[in-house]
Ligand binder design. Structure first.
Ligand SMILES: NC(=O)C1=CN([C@@H]2O[C@H](COP(=O)(O)OP(=O)(O)OC[C@H]3O[C@@H](n4cnc5c(N)ncnc54)[C@H](OP(=O)(O)O)[C@@H]3O)[C@@H](O)[C@H]2O)C=CC1
Ligand SMILES: O=C1CO[C@H](CO)[C@@H](O)[C@@H]1O
Length: 333
């Protein structure tokens, strides 16, 4: 793999444009997946408290770091600086004191002193978790216990403290809409460096892209392959990108796979992209995207596949009863 391409965050830190996604990567597979990815040249790993696999992700990171350092066992030295680790604040941690508590829990699981980027996973919190794996606590009616009082500004001020404490190098958000980003930009001592949202060729988030460019916020594209491995809600849009005819034509022209085109496209648009795989071969091929360049004409044609918000496929949280009544709805829009 050619040297990694990075993008500069508003924090001044460099973030690799390609990362390995880890949602739905079972703990028993993800340690090897992370090590395989780092061996293949990835330098960025994306996980979350909610993915319940941070310990195994940490194992993979340390296996690679130890290998890279040879016999030496220094945990957080120069080799640590080679890689960019992202994790996320769970919805159940969005209360006073919860941000530090959950970041420390994540760091302990990952066996790291700091992460490179800590993201607020969602603009809406949940409350009343019975224990720290109760990610979707229920109220007395059996419905997800939405915290209608989630105070994004208070959460953000605590996120800023995490930078001051050295527990994370940069901070950002995920699934935030423009109104929510504006709110943080208006009050933040540290502006959000990143917004991680669903982005794929049929749902290119052009308005959000423009807004973020104007405000020096870097976008990370989740679900770039259309997230084919997940269970869709009955009425959710199912992107069929890996066998799209135009993508196939472009892939054939470059003698690469359709997945490589779906990934490379975002790198050329300066959008961070985090395809998930736990399959060794697919991790390696997905990561081999720095040795070819899509032409301007191809980029234009691929831009033409965008159909906008009707192709949003992640709607799980928006469908939770009661979310629509939250002041921060429309969710994810
Ligand atoms: N902030 C948020 O709310 C969200 C963040 N994310 C992040 O973004 C990452 C990526 O999104 P995700 O939803 O996983 O979807 P992706 O679009 O990355 O698709 C992943 C799926 O595609 C399969 N796959 C991977 N490579 C190939 C290939 N070359 N050919 C065919 N199939 C392939 C994987 O299976 P296999 O493993 O078998 O290869 C897996 O089932 C997540 O893992 C997570 O880190 C995702 C959703 C929401
Ligand atoms: O990161 C995530 C992966 O997608 C899931 C399904 O919507 C969410 O739980 C979560 O936000």
């Amino acid at each position: 793999m050619a040297a990694q391409k990075n993008v500069k965050l508003s924090s001044g830190k460099m973030m690799p444009l390609l990362g390995l996604g880890c949602w739905q990567s079972p703990p028993e597979e993800v340690a090897i997946a992370v090590e395989t990815a780092l061996d293949a040249g990835y330098r960025h790993i994306d996980t979350a408290y909610n993915y319940l696999n941070e310990e195994a992700v940490g194992k993979g990171i340390h296996a690679w770091m130890n290998k890279a350092k040879g016999a030496s066992k220094i945990i957080n030295g120069a080799v640590r600086k080679e890689i960019f680790v992202v994790t996320k604040l769970p919805m159940i941690g969005m209360y006073a004191g919860g941000i530090e508590e959950y970041l420390r829990k994540s760091l302990k699981k990952l066996q790291l002193d700091y992460v490179d980027l800590y993201l607020v996973h969602s603009p809406i919190g949940f409350k009343g978790a019975a224990h720290d794996k109760d990610l979707m606590p229920k109220n007395k009616d059996g419905l997800v216990n939405i915290d209608y009082g989630t105070d994004q500004i208070a959460v953000w001020k605590e996120m800023e403290k995490m930078v001051d404490l050295g527990l994370t190098k940069s901070i950002g958000v995920s699934n935030f809409n423009e109104k929510q980003l504006r709110r943080l930009l208006a009050i933040g001592r540290i502006p959000p460096a990143v917004n991680q949202i669903e982005m794929h060729l049929e749902f290119q988030q052009l308005e959000m892209h423009k807004f973020c460019k104007e405000n020096n916020i870097i976008l990370t594209a989740y679900g770039p392959l259309g997230s084919p491995g997940r269970q869709y809600l009955n009425d959710s849009y199912k992107p069929q990108l890996l066998n799209n005819a135009l993508v196939k034509m472009v892939a054939d022209h470059h003698k690469v796979t359709t997945a490589q085109v779906l990934i490379r496209y975002w790198i050329q648009r300066n959008v961070v992209v985090i395809p998930k795989s736990t399959n060794k071969g697919r991790i390696q091929v997905n990561g081999d995207v720095l040795g070819f360049q899509l032409t301007e004409q191809e980029m234009e044609a691929l831009l033409g596949l965008n159909k906008g918000p009707s192709c949003r496929s992640f709607r799980q949280y928006a469908m939770i009863p009661g979310v629509k009544e939250h002041a921060d709805c429309p969710f994810f829009v």
